[in-house]
Design a protein around this ligand. Structure first.
Ligand SMILES: Cc1ncc(COP(=O)(O)O)c(C=O)c1O
Length: 488
Protein backbone atom coordinates (compact mmCIF):
# COMPACT_ATOMS: atom_id res chain seq x y z
CA UNK A 1 0.00 0.00 0.00
CA UNK A 2 1.29 3.46 -0.82
CA UNK A 3 0.80 5.99 1.94
CA UNK A 4 1.00 9.49 0.59
CA UNK A 5 3.05 11.46 3.06
CA UNK A 6 3.45 14.35 0.66
CA UNK A 7 1.40 15.17 -2.40
CA UNK A 8 3.92 14.03 -5.01
CA UNK A 9 5.62 10.87 -6.09
CA UNK A 10 8.72 10.96 -8.24
CA UNK A 11 9.80 7.88 -10.09
CA UNK A 12 12.24 6.89 -12.83
CA UNK A 13 10.84 5.55 -16.05
CA UNK A 14 12.65 4.12 -19.01
CA UNK A 15 11.35 4.55 -22.47
CA UNK A 16 12.58 3.90 -25.99
CA UNK A 17 12.84 7.04 -28.08
CA UNK A 18 14.23 6.92 -31.62
CA UNK A 19 15.75 3.53 -30.82
CA UNK A 20 17.57 4.93 -27.75
CA UNK A 21 16.87 3.88 -24.21
CA UNK A 22 16.19 7.11 -22.33
CA UNK A 23 16.01 7.49 -18.61
CA UNK A 24 13.50 10.11 -17.67
CA UNK A 25 12.23 11.49 -14.46
CA UNK A 26 8.45 11.60 -14.51
CA UNK A 27 6.55 13.50 -11.91
CA UNK A 28 3.37 11.72 -10.95
CA UNK A 29 0.96 13.49 -8.65
CA UNK A 30 -1.50 11.76 -6.38
CA UNK A 31 -4.43 13.03 -8.39
CA UNK A 32 -2.76 11.83 -11.58
CA UNK A 33 -2.64 8.25 -10.30
CA UNK A 34 -6.12 8.43 -8.82
CA UNK A 35 -7.77 9.84 -11.92
CA UNK A 36 -6.07 7.31 -14.15
CA UNK A 37 -7.23 4.50 -11.90
CA UNK A 38 -10.75 5.93 -11.75
CA UNK A 39 -10.69 6.13 -15.53
CA UNK A 40 -9.67 2.46 -15.77
CA UNK A 41 -12.38 1.41 -13.34
CA UNK A 42 -15.01 3.51 -15.09
CA UNK A 43 -13.97 2.16 -18.49
CA UNK A 44 -14.13 -1.41 -17.23
CA UNK A 45 -17.66 -0.76 -15.92
CA UNK A 46 -18.83 0.80 -19.17
CA UNK A 47 -17.22 -1.98 -21.25
CA UNK A 48 -18.80 -4.65 -19.06
CA UNK A 49 -22.29 -3.15 -18.95
CA UNK A 50 -23.66 -5.27 -21.76
CA UNK A 51 -22.34 -8.47 -20.17
CA UNK A 52 -23.09 -8.01 -16.49
CA UNK A 53 -26.40 -9.20 -15.04
CA UNK A 54 -28.74 -6.22 -15.09
CA UNK A 55 -29.40 -6.63 -11.38
CA UNK A 56 -27.56 -9.34 -9.51
CA UNK A 57 -29.14 -10.49 -6.26
CA UNK A 58 -26.83 -9.42 -3.44
CA UNK A 59 -27.53 -9.36 0.26
CA UNK A 60 -27.55 -6.17 2.22
CA UNK A 61 -25.29 -7.87 4.78
CA UNK A 62 -22.66 -8.74 2.17
CA UNK A 63 -22.58 -5.15 0.94
CA UNK A 64 -22.40 -3.77 4.44
CA UNK A 65 -19.60 -6.17 5.34
CA UNK A 66 -17.59 -5.10 2.31
CA UNK A 67 -18.15 -1.39 2.89
CA UNK A 68 -19.00 -1.01 6.55
CA UNK A 69 -17.35 -1.44 9.93
CA UNK A 70 -16.48 1.45 12.23
CA UNK A 71 -14.83 4.51 10.73
CA UNK A 72 -11.12 4.16 11.42
CA UNK A 73 -9.14 6.83 13.24
CA UNK A 74 -6.24 6.83 10.83
CA UNK A 75 -6.39 8.19 7.28
CA UNK A 76 -6.36 5.69 4.44
CA UNK A 77 -4.48 6.49 1.29
CA UNK A 78 -6.70 7.66 -1.53
CA UNK A 79 -5.83 4.95 -4.03
CA UNK A 80 -6.78 2.25 -1.54
CA UNK A 81 -10.01 4.09 -0.84
CA UNK A 82 -10.91 4.18 -4.53
CA UNK A 83 -10.08 0.48 -4.95
CA UNK A 84 -12.11 -0.47 -1.88
CA UNK A 85 -15.09 1.55 -3.01
CA UNK A 86 -15.10 0.15 -6.53
CA UNK A 87 -14.72 -3.42 -5.31
CA UNK A 88 -17.17 -3.08 -2.44
CA UNK A 89 -20.06 -1.61 -4.40
CA UNK A 90 -19.67 -3.66 -7.57
CA UNK A 91 -22.02 -6.57 -6.66
CA UNK A 92 -24.70 -4.07 -5.66
CA UNK A 93 -24.60 -1.94 -8.81
CA UNK A 94 -27.67 -2.16 -11.02
CA UNK A 95 -26.98 -1.74 -14.73
CA UNK A 96 -29.54 1.02 -15.16
CA UNK A 97 -27.39 2.65 -17.83
CA UNK A 98 -27.17 -0.55 -19.86
CA UNK A 99 -29.50 -1.42 -22.69
CA UNK A 100 -31.70 -3.93 -20.85
CA UNK A 101 -32.94 -1.98 -17.87
CA UNK A 102 -36.62 -1.17 -18.41
CA UNK A 103 -37.73 -0.37 -14.87
CA UNK A 104 -39.14 2.92 -13.56
CA UNK A 105 -38.09 5.59 -16.12
CA UNK A 106 -34.29 5.43 -16.00
CA UNK A 107 -32.28 7.09 -18.71
CA UNK A 108 -28.82 5.90 -19.68
CA UNK A 109 -25.66 7.95 -20.01
CA UNK A 110 -24.44 9.46 -23.27
CA UNK A 111 -20.66 9.31 -23.68
CA UNK A 112 -20.28 13.10 -24.01
CA UNK A 113 -22.44 13.59 -20.92
CA UNK A 114 -20.34 11.15 -18.92
CA UNK A 115 -17.10 12.86 -19.88
CA UNK A 116 -18.59 16.28 -19.13
CA UNK A 117 -19.80 14.98 -15.77
CA UNK A 118 -16.26 14.03 -14.82
CA UNK A 119 -15.09 17.48 -15.79
CA UNK A 120 -17.93 19.07 -13.85
CA UNK A 121 -16.75 17.32 -10.70
CA UNK A 122 -13.16 18.27 -11.49
CA UNK A 123 -13.94 21.96 -12.03
CA UNK A 124 -16.14 21.97 -8.90
CA UNK A 125 -18.00 25.12 -9.92
CA UNK A 126 -20.90 26.53 -7.95
CA UNK A 127 -23.44 28.09 -10.32
CA UNK A 128 -25.44 29.69 -7.51
CA UNK A 129 -23.84 33.07 -8.20
CA UNK A 130 -22.35 34.48 -11.39
CA UNK A 131 -19.30 35.68 -9.51
CA UNK A 132 -18.55 32.10 -8.46
CA UNK A 133 -18.49 30.83 -12.03
CA UNK A 134 -19.04 33.04 -15.05
CA UNK A 135 -18.49 29.87 -17.09
CA UNK A 136 -21.31 27.97 -15.40
CA UNK A 137 -23.59 30.99 -15.68
CA UNK A 138 -22.91 31.32 -19.42
CA UNK A 139 -23.44 27.61 -20.01
CA UNK A 140 -26.72 27.72 -18.04
CA UNK A 141 -27.92 30.62 -20.17
CA UNK A 142 -27.02 28.96 -23.45
CA UNK A 143 -28.36 25.56 -22.43
CA UNK A 144 -31.60 27.03 -21.09
CA UNK A 145 -32.22 28.55 -24.53
CA UNK A 146 -31.53 25.25 -26.27
CA UNK A 147 -33.85 23.37 -23.92
CA UNK A 148 -36.74 25.83 -24.31
CA UNK A 149 -36.36 25.60 -28.06
CA UNK A 150 -36.22 21.78 -28.16
CA UNK A 151 -39.14 21.37 -25.78
CA UNK A 152 -41.33 23.81 -27.71
CA UNK A 153 -41.59 26.27 -24.81
CA UNK A 154 -41.62 30.08 -25.08
CA UNK A 155 -38.12 31.50 -25.61
CA UNK A 156 -38.93 34.21 -23.05
CA UNK A 157 -39.42 31.64 -20.26
CA UNK A 158 -36.94 31.31 -17.39
CA UNK A 159 -35.28 27.96 -16.72
CA UNK A 160 -33.60 26.53 -13.66
CA UNK A 161 -31.41 23.45 -13.32
CA UNK A 162 -32.78 21.29 -10.50
CA UNK A 163 -31.85 17.88 -9.13
CA UNK A 164 -34.75 16.25 -10.95
CA UNK A 165 -38.44 16.55 -11.79
CA UNK A 166 -39.43 16.34 -8.12
CA UNK A 167 -37.70 19.62 -7.36
CA UNK A 168 -38.73 21.05 -10.72
CA UNK A 169 -42.35 20.38 -9.73
CA UNK A 170 -41.63 22.00 -6.39
CA UNK A 171 -40.11 25.11 -7.98
CA UNK A 172 -42.85 25.44 -10.61
CA UNK A 173 -45.56 25.12 -7.97
CA UNK A 174 -43.76 27.61 -5.71
CA UNK A 175 -43.95 30.12 -8.58
CA UNK A 176 -47.62 29.21 -9.03
CA UNK A 177 -48.31 29.70 -5.33
CA UNK A 178 -46.67 33.12 -5.40
CA UNK A 179 -48.59 34.24 -8.47
CA UNK A 180 -52.10 33.20 -7.50
CA UNK A 181 -51.74 34.52 -3.95
CA UNK A 182 -50.20 37.79 -5.08
CA UNK A 183 -53.23 38.32 -7.30
CA UNK A 184 -55.38 37.74 -4.21
CA UNK A 185 -53.42 40.42 -2.37
CA UNK A 186 -51.26 38.06 -0.30
CA UNK A 187 -47.45 37.97 -0.07
CA UNK A 188 -46.78 34.30 0.64
CA UNK A 189 -42.99 34.66 0.69
CA UNK A 190 -43.23 37.24 3.47
CA UNK A 191 -46.30 36.10 5.37
CA UNK A 192 -46.48 32.35 4.80
CA UNK A 193 -49.76 30.52 4.48
CA UNK A 194 -51.34 31.11 7.87
CA UNK A 195 -54.35 33.32 7.19
CA UNK A 196 -53.78 33.27 3.42
CA UNK A 197 -56.73 32.96 1.04
CA UNK A 198 -57.31 29.26 0.27
CA UNK A 199 -55.75 28.03 -2.96
CA UNK A 200 -57.62 25.41 -4.99
CA UNK A 201 -55.23 22.86 -6.46
CA UNK A 202 -56.64 20.66 -9.19
CA UNK A 203 -54.86 17.53 -10.33
CA UNK A 204 -55.70 14.64 -12.62
CA UNK A 205 -56.58 11.37 -10.89
CA UNK A 206 -53.36 9.85 -12.23
CA UNK A 207 -50.95 12.67 -11.50
CA UNK A 208 -47.48 11.68 -10.36
CA UNK A 209 -46.78 11.29 -6.65
CA UNK A 210 -44.15 14.04 -6.77
CA UNK A 211 -46.92 16.61 -7.31
CA UNK A 212 -48.48 15.76 -3.94
CA UNK A 213 -45.05 15.69 -2.35
CA UNK A 214 -44.18 19.12 -3.77
CA UNK A 215 -47.44 20.46 -2.37
CA UNK A 216 -46.52 19.04 1.04
CA UNK A 217 -43.16 20.81 0.90
CA UNK A 218 -44.99 24.02 -0.01
CA UNK A 219 -47.23 23.80 3.05
CA UNK A 220 -50.31 23.25 0.94
CA UNK A 221 -51.00 19.66 1.95
CA UNK A 222 -51.80 16.69 -0.24
CA UNK A 223 -55.34 16.38 1.10
CA UNK A 224 -56.27 19.76 -0.34
CA UNK A 225 -55.88 18.43 -3.89
CA UNK A 226 -59.10 18.45 -5.89
CA UNK A 227 -58.96 15.34 -8.03
CA UNK A 228 -60.29 15.58 -11.58
CA UNK A 229 -61.29 12.30 -13.17
CA UNK A 230 -59.09 10.62 -15.76
CA UNK A 231 -59.82 8.21 -18.58
CA UNK A 232 -58.68 4.62 -19.09
CA UNK A 233 -55.18 5.79 -20.11
CA UNK A 234 -54.79 8.22 -17.22
CA UNK A 235 -55.56 11.40 -19.20
CA UNK A 236 -57.26 14.16 -17.25
CA UNK A 237 -60.86 14.71 -18.36
CA UNK A 238 -60.76 18.27 -19.74
CA UNK A 239 -64.55 18.68 -19.57
CA UNK A 240 -64.59 17.61 -15.94
CA UNK A 241 -61.84 20.13 -15.25
CA UNK A 242 -63.81 22.93 -16.89
CA UNK A 243 -66.91 22.03 -14.88
CA UNK A 244 -64.92 21.90 -11.64
CA UNK A 245 -63.27 25.25 -12.27
CA UNK A 246 -66.67 26.92 -12.70
CA UNK A 247 -67.38 26.32 -9.01
CA UNK A 248 -64.04 27.66 -7.81
CA UNK A 249 -63.88 31.33 -6.92
CA UNK A 250 -60.43 32.32 -5.80
CA UNK A 251 -56.79 31.47 -6.44
CA UNK A 252 -56.39 28.21 -8.33
CA UNK A 253 -53.59 26.07 -9.72
CA UNK A 254 -54.04 23.20 -12.18
CA UNK A 255 -51.41 20.46 -12.48
CA UNK A 256 -51.49 18.67 -15.82
CA UNK A 257 -49.27 15.86 -16.98
CA UNK A 258 -47.31 15.14 -20.14
CA UNK A 259 -46.48 11.45 -19.96
CA UNK A 260 -48.18 9.25 -17.37
CA UNK A 261 -45.62 7.22 -15.46
CA UNK A 262 -47.49 3.98 -16.23
CA UNK A 263 -49.10 4.40 -19.63
CA UNK A 264 -47.12 7.31 -21.11
CA UNK A 265 -50.44 9.06 -21.89
CA UNK A 266 -50.73 12.84 -22.20
CA UNK A 267 -53.39 15.07 -20.73
CA UNK A 268 -55.25 17.13 -23.39
CA UNK A 269 -53.00 20.11 -22.80
CA UNK A 270 -54.58 22.66 -25.16
CA UNK A 271 -58.07 22.17 -23.75
CA UNK A 272 -56.77 22.29 -20.21
CA UNK A 273 -54.74 25.44 -20.95
CA UNK A 274 -57.78 27.16 -22.44
CA UNK A 275 -59.88 26.37 -19.36
CA UNK A 276 -57.12 27.70 -17.12
CA UNK A 277 -56.84 30.88 -19.17
CA UNK A 278 -60.63 31.43 -19.05
CA UNK A 279 -60.63 30.88 -15.31
CA UNK A 280 -57.42 32.73 -14.44
CA UNK A 281 -55.84 29.56 -13.04
CA UNK A 282 -52.10 28.87 -13.16
CA UNK A 283 -51.25 25.81 -15.25
CA UNK A 284 -48.26 23.70 -14.28
CA UNK A 285 -47.24 20.75 -16.51
CA UNK A 286 -45.31 17.80 -15.12
CA UNK A 287 -43.50 16.35 -18.11
CA UNK A 288 -40.66 14.49 -16.42
CA UNK A 289 -40.09 12.37 -19.50
CA UNK A 290 -43.11 13.15 -21.71
CA UNK A 291 -42.08 16.73 -22.44
CA UNK A 292 -39.32 15.28 -24.61
CA UNK A 293 -41.98 14.17 -27.10
CA UNK A 294 -41.78 17.77 -28.32
CA UNK A 295 -38.24 17.11 -29.57
CA UNK A 296 -39.40 14.36 -31.93
CA UNK A 297 -41.43 15.46 -34.98
CA UNK A 298 -43.18 12.09 -34.94
CA UNK A 299 -44.40 12.62 -31.35
CA UNK A 300 -44.77 16.39 -31.10
CA UNK A 301 -48.54 16.21 -31.53
CA UNK A 302 -48.76 14.60 -28.08
CA UNK A 303 -47.77 17.87 -26.38
CA UNK A 304 -49.92 20.12 -28.55
CA UNK A 305 -50.75 23.26 -26.54
CA UNK A 306 -48.02 22.70 -23.94
CA UNK A 307 -46.55 26.13 -24.66
CA UNK A 308 -49.70 27.75 -23.25
CA UNK A 309 -48.90 26.63 -19.68
CA UNK A 310 -47.34 28.84 -17.01
CA UNK A 311 -44.71 26.44 -15.68
CA UNK A 312 -43.17 23.13 -16.68
CA UNK A 313 -41.08 20.43 -15.05
CA UNK A 314 -38.93 17.86 -16.80
CA UNK A 315 -35.84 15.74 -16.34
CA UNK A 316 -32.48 15.50 -18.01
CA UNK A 317 -31.52 12.26 -16.28
CA UNK A 318 -34.41 10.41 -17.82
CA UNK A 319 -34.73 10.86 -21.54
CA UNK A 320 -31.81 13.13 -22.27
CA UNK A 321 -29.56 10.39 -20.88
CA UNK A 322 -27.34 12.51 -18.68
CA UNK A 323 -26.13 11.08 -15.36
CA UNK A 324 -28.10 11.79 -12.18
CA UNK A 325 -28.95 14.42 -10.97
CA UNK A 326 -30.50 16.65 -13.60
CA UNK A 327 -33.93 18.24 -13.98
CA UNK A 328 -35.34 21.50 -15.31
CA UNK A 329 -38.05 23.89 -14.21
CA UNK A 330 -39.26 26.46 -16.70
CA UNK A 331 -41.61 29.35 -16.07
CA UNK A 332 -43.45 31.61 -18.50
CA UNK A 333 -43.14 34.48 -16.01
CA UNK A 334 -39.49 34.87 -15.10
CA UNK A 335 -40.10 37.57 -12.50
CA UNK A 336 -42.57 35.33 -10.63
CA UNK A 337 -40.14 32.41 -10.83
CA UNK A 338 -37.34 34.56 -9.45
CA UNK A 339 -39.40 35.97 -6.56
CA UNK A 340 -40.40 32.45 -5.52
CA UNK A 341 -36.79 31.19 -5.50
CA UNK A 342 -34.34 34.06 -5.00
CA UNK A 343 -32.53 34.96 -1.80
CA UNK A 344 -30.73 38.09 -0.68
CA UNK A 345 -27.95 38.79 1.82
CA UNK A 346 -25.27 41.47 1.95
CA UNK A 347 -22.45 38.94 1.55
CA UNK A 348 -23.93 37.39 -1.59
CA UNK A 349 -22.31 39.33 -4.38
CA UNK A 350 -25.11 39.75 -6.89
CA UNK A 351 -24.91 40.70 -10.52
CA UNK A 352 -26.57 43.95 -11.44
CA UNK A 353 -25.84 43.83 -15.14
CA UNK A 354 -28.36 41.13 -16.04
CA UNK A 355 -25.87 38.27 -15.79
CA UNK A 356 -27.28 35.02 -14.42
CA UNK A 357 -27.16 34.05 -10.76
CA UNK A 358 -28.27 30.42 -10.93
CA UNK A 359 -29.75 30.37 -7.42
CA UNK A 360 -32.49 32.72 -8.62
CA UNK A 361 -34.12 29.82 -10.44
CA UNK A 362 -33.76 26.76 -8.19
CA UNK A 363 -34.50 25.84 -4.58
CA UNK A 364 -30.81 25.24 -3.86
CA UNK A 365 -28.28 27.82 -2.86
CA UNK A 366 -25.04 26.01 -3.73
CA UNK A 367 -25.19 23.13 -6.15
CA UNK A 368 -23.46 21.17 -8.87
CA UNK A 369 -22.93 22.92 -12.20
CA UNK A 370 -25.14 20.38 -13.91
CA UNK A 371 -25.67 22.51 -17.03
CA UNK A 372 -22.17 21.60 -18.29
CA UNK A 373 -23.36 18.05 -18.72
CA UNK A 374 -26.63 19.04 -20.35
CA UNK A 375 -24.75 21.32 -22.72
CA UNK A 376 -22.48 18.40 -23.72
CA UNK A 377 -25.40 16.01 -24.21
CA UNK A 378 -27.32 18.45 -26.39
CA UNK A 379 -24.28 19.52 -28.37
CA UNK A 380 -23.26 15.92 -29.04
CA UNK A 381 -26.74 14.85 -30.16
CA UNK A 382 -27.89 17.98 -31.93
CA UNK A 383 -31.56 18.48 -32.67
CA UNK A 384 -31.64 15.41 -34.91
CA UNK A 385 -29.92 13.22 -32.35
CA UNK A 386 -32.43 14.12 -29.63
CA UNK A 387 -35.31 13.40 -32.00
CA UNK A 388 -33.74 10.08 -32.99
CA UNK A 389 -33.21 9.11 -29.34
CA UNK A 390 -36.87 9.72 -28.51
CA UNK A 391 -38.10 8.02 -31.67
CA UNK A 392 -35.87 4.96 -31.21
CA UNK A 393 -37.06 4.40 -27.64
CA UNK A 394 -40.69 4.69 -28.76
CA UNK A 395 -40.06 2.25 -31.61
CA UNK A 396 -38.59 -0.21 -29.13
CA UNK A 397 -41.65 0.21 -26.91
CA UNK A 398 -43.88 -0.59 -29.89
CA UNK A 399 -41.79 -3.68 -30.62
CA UNK A 400 -42.20 -4.86 -27.02
CA UNK A 401 -45.95 -4.27 -27.24
CA UNK A 402 -46.38 -6.05 -30.56
CA UNK A 403 -44.40 -9.14 -29.61
CA UNK A 404 -45.74 -9.49 -26.09
CA UNK A 405 -49.38 -8.89 -26.97
CA UNK A 406 -49.13 -11.53 -29.71
CA UNK A 407 -48.05 -14.09 -27.11
CA UNK A 408 -50.43 -16.46 -25.41
CA UNK A 409 -51.07 -15.53 -21.75
CA UNK A 410 -49.98 -11.91 -22.23
CA UNK A 411 -52.30 -8.95 -22.58
CA UNK A 412 -51.41 -5.35 -23.39
CA UNK A 413 -53.10 -2.92 -20.99
CA UNK A 414 -52.26 0.47 -22.49
CA UNK A 415 -52.24 2.33 -25.79
CA UNK A 416 -48.54 2.59 -26.52
CA UNK A 417 -48.18 6.21 -27.58
CA UNK A 418 -44.68 6.78 -26.24
CA UNK A 419 -42.08 4.68 -24.41
CA UNK A 420 -44.25 2.97 -21.78
CA UNK A 421 -45.76 -0.51 -22.06
CA UNK A 422 -48.07 -2.28 -19.59
CA UNK A 423 -48.54 -6.03 -19.89
CA UNK A 424 -50.55 -8.46 -17.78
CA UNK A 425 -49.89 -12.18 -17.46
CA UNK A 426 -52.78 -14.67 -17.59
CA UNK A 427 -55.18 -12.02 -16.30
CA UNK A 428 -53.80 -12.87 -12.90
CA UNK A 429 -52.13 -10.55 -10.36
CA UNK A 430 -50.01 -13.29 -8.80
CA UNK A 431 -48.69 -14.60 -12.11
CA UNK A 432 -47.95 -11.06 -13.26
CA UNK A 433 -45.92 -10.22 -10.16
CA UNK A 434 -44.16 -13.58 -10.23
CA UNK A 435 -43.18 -12.96 -13.85
CA UNK A 436 -41.61 -9.63 -12.92
CA UNK A 437 -39.74 -11.26 -10.03
CA UNK A 438 -38.42 -14.07 -12.25
CA UNK A 439 -37.18 -11.61 -14.88
CA UNK A 440 -35.58 -9.40 -12.25
CA UNK A 441 -33.70 -12.22 -10.55
CA UNK A 442 -32.65 -13.75 -13.88
CA UNK A 443 -30.36 -10.80 -14.61
CA UNK A 444 -31.17 -10.84 -18.33
CA UNK A 445 -33.35 -7.73 -18.14
CA UNK A 446 -35.11 -5.67 -15.49
CA UNK A 447 -38.66 -4.43 -15.46
CA UNK A 448 -40.94 -3.51 -12.60
CA UNK A 449 -44.52 -4.28 -11.80
CA UNK A 450 -47.28 -1.82 -11.07
CA UNK A 451 -51.03 -1.67 -10.62
CA UNK A 452 -53.11 -0.19 -13.40
CA UNK A 453 -56.86 0.15 -12.99
CA UNK A 454 -56.80 -2.35 -10.11
CA UNK A 455 -54.85 -4.94 -12.07
CA UNK A 456 -51.23 -5.91 -11.57
CA UNK A 457 -49.13 -5.26 -14.67
CA UNK A 458 -45.58 -5.58 -15.88
CA UNK A 459 -44.28 -2.10 -16.55
CA UNK A 460 -41.74 -1.53 -19.31
CA UNK A 461 -40.11 1.84 -19.89
CA UNK A 462 -37.63 2.38 -22.72
CA UNK A 463 -35.54 5.49 -22.16
CA UNK A 464 -31.94 4.55 -22.81
CA UNK A 465 -29.93 5.38 -25.91
CA UNK A 466 -28.00 2.14 -25.39
CA UNK A 467 -31.01 -0.11 -25.96
CA UNK A 468 -30.83 -2.02 -29.24
CA UNK A 469 -33.39 -4.13 -31.04
CA UNK A 470 -31.39 -7.17 -29.91
CA UNK A 471 -31.76 -5.99 -26.28
CA UNK A 472 -35.51 -5.69 -26.74
CA UNK A 473 -35.66 -9.18 -28.20
CA UNK A 474 -33.56 -10.66 -25.37
CA UNK A 475 -35.81 -8.98 -22.81
CA UNK A 476 -38.93 -10.14 -24.62
CA UNK A 477 -37.65 -13.72 -24.65
CA UNK A 478 -36.91 -13.50 -20.92
CA UNK A 479 -40.39 -12.10 -20.18
CA UNK A 480 -42.16 -14.78 -22.21
CA UNK A 481 -40.12 -17.57 -20.60
CA UNK A 482 -40.88 -16.18 -17.16
CA UNK A 483 -44.59 -15.91 -17.93
CA UNK A 484 -44.65 -19.52 -19.12
CA UNK A 485 -42.87 -20.60 -15.93
CA UNK A 486 -45.72 -19.13 -13.88
CA UNK A 487 -48.37 -21.28 -15.55
CA UNK A 488 -50.33 -23.28 -13.00
C1 LIG B 1 -44.41 12.10 -14.46
C2 LIG B 1 -43.28 12.16 -13.47
N1 LIG B 1 -43.12 13.26 -12.70
C3 LIG B 1 -42.13 13.37 -11.82
C4 LIG B 1 -41.21 12.36 -11.64
C5 LIG B 1 -40.12 12.51 -10.63
O1 LIG B 1 -38.89 12.60 -11.27
P1 LIG B 1 -37.51 12.58 -10.47
O2 LIG B 1 -37.40 11.22 -9.87
O3 LIG B 1 -36.50 12.87 -11.49
O4 LIG B 1 -37.58 13.64 -9.42
C6 LIG B 1 -41.35 11.18 -12.40
C7 LIG B 1 -40.43 10.06 -12.21
O5 LIG B 1 -40.59 9.00 -12.77
C8 LIG B 1 -42.39 11.09 -13.35
O6 LIG B 1 -42.53 10.02 -14.13
Amino acid sequence: MTLWTNRRLVRDENEIRDGQLCAEVVTVTESNILLRRAQQLAQAYVDGLARRPVAAPVSREDLRTALGGPLGDAPVDSLTVVEELAQGVDPGLVATSGGRFFGFVEGGVLPAALAADWLTATWDQNPGLHVLSPAAAAVEEVTAGWLLDLLGLPSSASLGFTTGAQMANFAGLAAARHDVLEKAGWDVEADGLTGAPPVAILVGADCHITIGRALRFLGMGERTMIVVSADSQGRMDADALRRTLVDIHGPSIVCAQAGNVNTGAFDPLREIAESCRDHGAWLHVDGAFGLWAAASPAHRHLVEGVELADSWATDGHKWLNVPYDSGFVACARPQTHRIAMAMRAPYLVRETNGARDGSDWTPESSRRARAFVVWAALRSLGREGVAALVRRCCDHATRFAETLSATEDLELLNDVVLNQVLVRVGDDDTRTRKTAAIVQSGGEAWLGDTVWRDKAALRISVSDHATTTADVDRATTAIIAAAIATRP
